[in-house]
Write a protein that binds this ligand. Structure first.
Ligand code: FCB
Length: 449
């Protein structure tokens, strides 16, 4: 049976600047929080990653060989404005060349302005808990739009504000590695504000464009369907998913969520008059990242802190993932993807959706020049079928970006987790198409499974 996708469905692959570019000091680039965090923590750094800054032409040729027509990449703020404010023309010129090269190969560029790599100079001013960053981000967005807006139509302001705020400033597993739950909530609000101001800035520069934000969604499962379990799941869902989604839709923060977080005492004072209107700029499309669900259980003591490292959560815990896991330990549940998309369609009143990331890390081996990554092929097949099922049930999904084009620097996990359709040998920088790349190219060519 063939599962056909709608005409004009946008097939793509996705990457992010810090995960692939390397060349972290080239052409005047300033340090980002990921340079300082990894160096300070003794972790692997984003140098050389995939050496994409120097090899981008080769990588664009790969994309064109695969026949995948859309490419989602991010711009590094610290290349374009090393101190967060002053333009470095050589950094901007790189993205200019990249966009031209993509277009020469018939590939449509999709730009993400912020994929977690804040200029260190702005962290020195407090980072995202400092609301002044929202204005600086809007200036940066306008600068990039002035340089690329004549050729780029699809603009995403921020990738996964949840991770940038809650993992960066809450449990500190990500850069800048700060552990301050109250500050993490403020960072989350300021990232939403930055999105709203950047959306206004992008639109102020004219031209036809599609403005989006990319959120990572984690559906919540429970073993028991009773009031206590439902409440545990609600708490997780509201903090993980609705904290970001509802204000973007113009509904503000849900009152139950504000009550859940009241004991930290930081979020409500951070919401200034007019902020919620700025955050609620109309979205042309919503970017959806889906990898895995979470499992929630109630704690007997409603005041007890959660073991789940989200700022302010109390009275609930998360349970270990089950069944077949990816090498990152993520549970594989394609059916949750379908339910998520159907729910989003209703909750967002029909806003068009684009899958901005979906994929899986497994241990791969190059044998005689081939990578037989059956598990990843199956992951993509199952998750694409799940997207198809959601479309059949009425979800307006316009596209799918596979994460990721290349094996790359997987944040705090360094080079241990391979998500690529293309295998990268980080010593020699040799690229080898995995079986999953050939599978995906075939799906794209047939516009179906
Ligand atoms: C997402 C990130 C992306 C990548 C994948 C595996 O949360 O946006 O950069 O690390 O997870």
């Amino acid at each position: 049976m063939t599962l056909g996708f709608p005409d004009g469905f946008r097939w793509g692959t996705a990457t992010a600047a810090y995960q692939i570019e390397g060349s972290t000091t080239a052409d005047g680039r300033g340090p980002s929080i990921w340079d300082t965090f990894t160096t300070r923590s003794g972790l692997a750094t984003g140098d050389p990653a995939c050496d994409h800054y120097r090899r981008y032409r080769e990588d664009v040729r790969l994309l064109s060989e695969l026949g995948v027509p859309y490419y989602r990449f991010s711009v590094a703020w610290s290349r374009v404005m090393p101190d967060g404010r002053t333009v470095e023309p050589r950094g901007l010129a790189f993205y200019d060349r990249l966009v031209d090269t993509l277009l020469e190969h018939g590939i449509t560029p999709m730009v993400t302005l912020y994929h977690w790599d804040l200029p260190e100079a702005l962290q020195a001013e407090g980072g995202w808990p400092n609301r002044e960053l929202a204005d600086l981000f809007a200036d940066y967005a306008l600068t990039v739009h002035k340089a690329l807006g004549d050729r780029v139509r699809q603009w995403t302001t921020i990738n996964e504000p949840f991770c940038a705020a809650f993992i960066g400033y809450g449990n500190g597993d990500h850069a800048p590695g700060i552990q301050d739950e109250g500050a993490a909530l403020v960072a989350g609000h300021n990232l939403l504000l930055a999105h709203g101001k950047a959306a206004q800035a992008l639109r102020s520069n004219g031209g036809e464009q599609e403005v989006s934000i990319v959120l990572n969604f984690t559906p919540v499962l429970t073993d028991v369907d009773d009031a206590a379990h439902r409440e545990a799941a609600r708490k997780f869902d509201f903090l993980h998913n609705r904290f970001f989604l509802d204000p973007l839709l113009g509904r503000g923060y849900p009152p139950e969520l504000l009550a859940d977080l009241a004991h930290l005492g930081t979020l409500e004072p951070a919401i200034a008059d007019g902020d919620l209107e700025i955050i609620a700029q109309p979205l042309d499309v919503l970017g959806v990242n889906y990898y895995a669900p979470a499992r929630a259980v109630p704690l007997e003591d409603p005041e007890a802190d959660s073991n789940c490292p989200l700022p302010g959560l109390r009275g609930m815990d998360v349970q270990p993932p089950r069944g077949e896991l990816t090498s990152l330990g993520w549970e594989q549940r394609p059916e949750c993807f379908t339910e998520l998309l159907v729910w989003l369609q209703e909750h967002c009143d029909g806003l068009p959706l684009v899958i901005a990331e979906n994929g899986a890390a497994f241990e791969d081996e190059v044998i005689e020049g081939r990578v037989h990554d059956e598990k990843r092929v199956r992951y993509f097949a199952d998750h694409l079928a799940a997207v198809h099922a959601a479309i059949e049930r009425g979800a307006d999904v316009r596209g799918y970006m596979a994460w990721s084009l290349l094996d790359n620097f997987e944040w705090a996990m360094g080079y241990t987790q391979r998500f690529g359709l293309v295998h990268v040998d980080f010593e020699t920088q040799e690229r080898v198409l995995k079986d999953s790349a050939l599978f995906y190219a075939d799906v794209v060519a047939r516009n179906g499974l």
